[in-house]
Design a protein around this ligand. Structure first.
Ligand SMILES: NC(=O)c1ccc[n+]([C@@H]2O[C@H](COP(=O)([O-])OP(=O)(O)OC[C@H]3O[C@@H](n4cnc5c(N)ncnc54)[C@H](OP(=O)(O)O)[C@@H]3O)[C@@H](O)[C@H]2O)c1
Length: 296
């Protein structure tokens, strides 16, 4: 982030339950970019949780019930299958003015309302937040109005670009804001490997450095206003090797295949019927969260 926005006032106490991948990302982001916030953590194994938090002085490891009683924002960072039980266990201890922040897309927010009578806001973070970048998707749930959304957004602004998203576009937003870095990274790794397999003199470190610099160069070009299409057009000389690679990529079909896979998997996770295939030239609605708590 270039210019840090002002800290929210008063600074919140954020309670993270579960220091796995995304819990650790949020802990890192909060400590690096929102030092005014108090952070408390809890986990199934308190000693392991305390050890995981030890690199950030001042982060207290508490029992989950005590964390829920102290936090302004209670943030379970546990797998979807554990979410309902975790929320049900935390809810009775939460302060009257506390918010429940839900970090998974795999649980309909309406399922959590009966388990927790505090306002619920969904935030889908991404690992990019550990370095103060990326989009976090924000969706108001049961009991959450503009004031609650603003409390969450004000904190997120310290380390990323929060976007309040209508649930009707929840899947496409999650793909572009959350999954895209991992999908691009997977492609880069495969492209690097395919080239490394043919290299005769250059070593792996040198090849990796070239790939990393190419990704950084793309980011710089985009930051200066180039569009994806511009970068392709500037690089792919008609009849040349880059054009041959881009033709072989068949990117339009690949993109559609990836998106269809996410839509199918989300429907499975939510226990919904498989989505219909995308009509030619049309758009299929996301099967998941459509109609649920549209943005206010
Ligand atoms: N990873 C991402 O990039 C990402 C992005 C957006 C949202 N999310 C959401 O974030 C949540 C966590 O994902 P993750 O990738 O961080 O998973 P993870 O790395 O597997 O971490 C899961 C955490 O939950 C704890 N846990 C596991 N099973 C539990 C249970 N039955 N009861 C209580 N705690 C339990 C684990 O504790 P132990 O260490 O004791 O096993 C661990 O701290 C998921 O709901 C996911 O949808 C993840």
């Amino acid at each position: 982030m270039t210019t840090a926005p002002p800290p929210p006032a008063p600074a919140p106490t954020v309670g993270l339950i579960g220091l796995g991948r995304i819990g650790t990302v949020l802990l890192t982001a909060l400590r690096r970019f929102a030092p005014e916030a108090r952070v408390v953590v809890a986990g199934r194994d308190p000693a392991r949780t305390a050890a995981a938090a030890a690199s950030w002085p001042g982060v207290a490891t508490l029992e989950a019930a005590r964390l829920a009683a102290e936090a302004d924002m209670v943030v379970p960072c546990v797998p979807p299958e554990a979410y309902r039980a975790e929320v049900a266990a935390l809810a009775p201890h939460m302060r009257a003015d506390a918010l429940l922040v839900v970090v998974t897309n795999a649980i309909p927010l309406r399922d959590l309302g009966p388990l927790c009578d505090r306002p619920i806001v969904r935030v889908i973070p991404s690992p990019a937040q550990a370095v103060g970048r990326g989009v976090a998707l924000v969706t108001p749930g049961p009991g959450a109005g503009p004031g609650e959304v603003e409390r969450v957004v004000a904190l997120l602004r310290r380390f990323c670009r929060p976007v309040v998203v209508d649930p009707a576009d929840g899947r496409v937003a999650a793909n572009l804001a959350g999954s895209a870095p991992a999908i691009l990274a997977a492609f880069c790794a495969a492209f690097l490997d395919a080239n490394a397999a043919r290299a005769t003199v250059s070593g792996p470190a040198e090849l990796r450095a070239m790939m990393v610099e190419s990704v950084a160069a793309l980011a710089a070009l985009l930051a200066e206003g180039a569009r994806f299409e511009d970068v392709v057009a500037r690089t792919a000389t008609p009849g040349g090797t880059t054009e041959a690679a881009i033709t072989a990529l068949d990117a339009r079909a690949l993109g559609e295949r990836l998106v269809a896979a996410t839509v199918r998997r989300e429907a499975q996770l939510l226990g919904l019927a498989p989505p219909p295939p995308l009509a030619r030239g049309g758009s299929a609605p996301s099967p998941s969260l459509s109609g649920e708590f549209p943005c206010r």
